[in-house]
Write a protein that binds this ligand. Structure first.
Ligand code: PAF
Length: 275
């Protein structure tokens, strides 16, 4: 039976009762099968699993979709129960930021936090790393599972754990895709039929990139040809987010808007020698 707590005091008590190795899966709720894959992985690598459900205002800019972000706590708790999650921490904004956000001490990402998502959404990674480090301190996990869909976030969290000596094993969970190839995201529910059809240029671009010796050009051509997509970036970087190598394994990263919905995706590619 899943124990559900909303305050830090309740969490500390419930956490102390968890046996063995503990894995945490931080989420913003609106759980889907992509999260389910994270929970399953967490259960494989740990004896006890904590899921956090918190829509973190610190990682949204004023013009972004904080108010509109889907909140489905009852369904989220049902999924956690079905997946055998031991403990859910679902705090309020006031519980997490009792002194407000003005003057808050934050965790600032290094230069890798300024590219790609960080360039398009200034302050995003400060918001993410600050809340993730708070959630780590509160849940005291041995391991944490993050989806590869947010590839840059995963890299930033890994880097924070190393740089701040947090001693937590960060486990990457492969991206879960819908039947048509679209990466699962809580934001997919916002897509109209036409927007969803346009969004499918993203998995098509990935497929073309993976079959091409020039993944960036192959993906770019498909994305730019789709009038229903507003491409924010398409980039190839090294797997650690550094400059792309001249040849060999690398990562393709894409962000694009279909209507008002911003989608991101990424996949492994090989430069000069398709996989
Ligand atoms: O990936 C997310 O859902 C969020 O960025 C996270 C890691 C839960 C932090 O709010």
């Amino acid at each position: 039976m899943t124990v559900v707590v909303h305050t830090k005091t309740e969490l500390a008590k419930a956490r102390a009762a968890l046996p063995g190795r503990v894995a945490v899966v931080p989420t913003m709720g609106a759980l889907h099968d992509g999260h389910r894959a994270n929970f399953k992985r967490a259960k494989e690598i740990a004896d006890s699993v904590i899921v956090t459900v918190f829509v973190n205002p610190l990682q949204f800019r004023p013009n972004e979709d904080l108010d509109k972000y889907p909140r489905t706590l009852d369904a989220d708790l049902a999924m956690c129960e079905a997946e055998g999650v031991d403990l859910v921490f679902a705090p309020s904004v006031n519980e997490m930021y009792p002194d407000g956000r003005e003057g808050l001490t934050t965790v600032h990402a290094g230069p890798d936090g300024e590219i790609l998502e960080g360039a398009s959404r200034p302050g995003f990674f400060t918001g993410v790393l600050t809340v993730v480090s708070k959630l780590f301190h509160l849940t005291r996990p041995d391991a944490a599972c993050f989806g590869e869909k947010d590839f840059q976030q995963l890299a930033m969290v890994r880097r924070m754990v190393r740089d701040l000596d947090l001693g937590i094993d960060v486990e990457a969970v492969p991206t879960d895709r819908e039947d048509d190839g679209l990466a699962r995201s809580s934001r997919n529910v916002f897509l109209s039929e036409a927007e969803r059809a346009a969004a499918l240029a993203i998995p098509r671009a990935i497929e073309a990139a993976q079959a091409s010796p020039d993944p960036l050009a192959a993906a770019g051509a498909i994305l730019e040809a789709e009038p229903g997509l507003d491409v924010d970036y398409v980039a190839v970087r090294a797997n650690d987010l550094g400059e792309a190598p001249d040849r060999g394994p690398a990562r393709l990263l894409i962000a694009a808007k279909a209507g008002t919905t911003r989608l991101i995706d990424n996949a492994p590619v090989s430069i000069g020698d398709p996989r």
